[in-house]
Design a protein around this ligand. Structure first.
Ligand code: NAD
Length: 327
């Protein structure tokens, strides 16, 4: 499945077998093992960088230096300084960049945003947003075991982005981390408390070591309370909305598509919806909602969470200089 009007003209992987296999599987005419060779050999409108975070800066810098926009997978980088360097490199080259942050494009989470926009629960005052699972994510991504910064950077970053998407920017954040599996080098569980600039408070939770069954993987569960009502997302995509004392429930699942499969379908479809949103914004000559600068505000929460867990203090998220209010 491709985003409308997009043609995949080349694929690059340093592993020649993977490059060749991807080209064959997706009918891509040319494949490369070196990014510079691909950039020299092709005329590209944009590059989608889907390698791991430690390679993003080196690849993105080469792409931007040739005046080509890029979509970069989350997490943008291993740490704040490197994430800022990538965003600054795009700005210096005068090209668009966006981060492939896809949770906010999941059908159930978009449905929650629509309820908030409708105003039926009033002003949001409190929320709990949870991604708790014991699903064996290590099978496909065995490298997780060795990450010193693990679960907040991998999945907490999505949940923090959702918290910003619903409750706005954050003044301060506190965080407790746990390493519940001895097989993991870094934290596999985080419990964070956010004070938003609106005055709202949210609890953001993530774990890869829950033993509760049934396991809702990969669903994000939540409750959001407002001045007139509340929204609760229950397992099975059952969204319960209370407004002025009246409650209604509907299922906000996304349909199974020919290229999606349970239990991943919500996440898989969101990848397409994210690409569509980014490319659509660029076609309209505007920054994507998940632009580099927007995503730095989410990355700042990750950075604050690690600092808060270490210092046992509430931490104000760092600010990129272009985001600071002057005067
Ligand atoms: N948005 C999501 O929901 C989601 C889900 C899963 C993974 N991801 C992200 O996708 C990214 C990749 O994760 P993965 O598990 O597929 O990793 P992976 O290691 O399985 O795959 C990365 C591929 O990149 C290739 N590669 C490495 N360096 C390269 C270079 N310099 N040039 C070209 N190719 C290079 C590797 O050979 C490998 O085939 C990560 O940033 C991860 O966080 C996002």
């Amino acid at each position: 499945m491709k985003a409308d009007g997009v043609e995949l003209v080349a694929v690059c992987d340093i592993d020649p077998n993977k490059a060749e296999a991807a080209a064959r599987q997706f009918g891509i005419p040319r494949h490369y093992t070196d990014v510079a060779a691909m950039l020299d050999g092709e005329k590209l409108d944009f590059v989608d960088i889907a390698t791991r975070m430690d390679t993003h800066r080196a690849i993105a810098t080469q792409v931007f230096a040739r005046g080509i926009p890029a979509i970069v997978q989350k997490p943008l980088a291993p740490d704040w300084d490197e994430a800022v360097a990538i965003v600054d490199a795009a700005a210096a080259a005068g090209v668009e960049m966006a981060v492939h942050e896809n949770f906010r494009y999941q059908v159930p989470l978009k449905a929650v945003r629509s309820v908030l926009d409708s105003g039926v629960i009033g002003e949001v005052t409190w929320a709990r947003i949870s991604f708790r699972t014991g699903y064996d994510i290590y099978r496909n991504q065995p490298y997780f075991r060795k990450e010193a910064r693990f679960s907040i950077l991998d999945v907490g970053i999505h949940v923090l982005d959702v918290a910003r998407f619903y409750l706005g920017e954050v003044e301060r954040l506190s965080c407790e981390t746990q390493r519940r599996s001895p097989l993991n080098l870094g934290e596999d569980t985080a419990t964070m408390m956010l004070r938003h600039t609106s005055g709202a408070v949210s609890i953001v939770e993530n774990t890869y070591e829950s033993r509760e069954l049934p396991d809702p993987f990969p669903q994000t569960l939540l409750v959001i309370e407002g001045t007139r009502g509340a929204i609760r997302m229950n397992p099975g995509f059952r969204m319960v909305v209370t407004s002025d004392g009246v409650t209604s429930e509907r299922i906000v699942d996304s349909p199974l598509l020919p290229w999606t499969a349970h239990p991943w379908h919500i996440a898989q479809e969101s990848v397409l919806l994210t690409q569509r949103a980014i490319i659509g914004a660029w076609r309209e000559k505007r920054a994507a909602d998940t632009s580099g600068e927007d995503n730095l505000k989410t990355f700042a929460l990750v950075e604050a969470a690690y600092e808060a867990a270490q210092t046992h203090q509430a931490v104000a998220p760092p600010q990129h200089r272009s985001l600071k209010v002057s005067g």
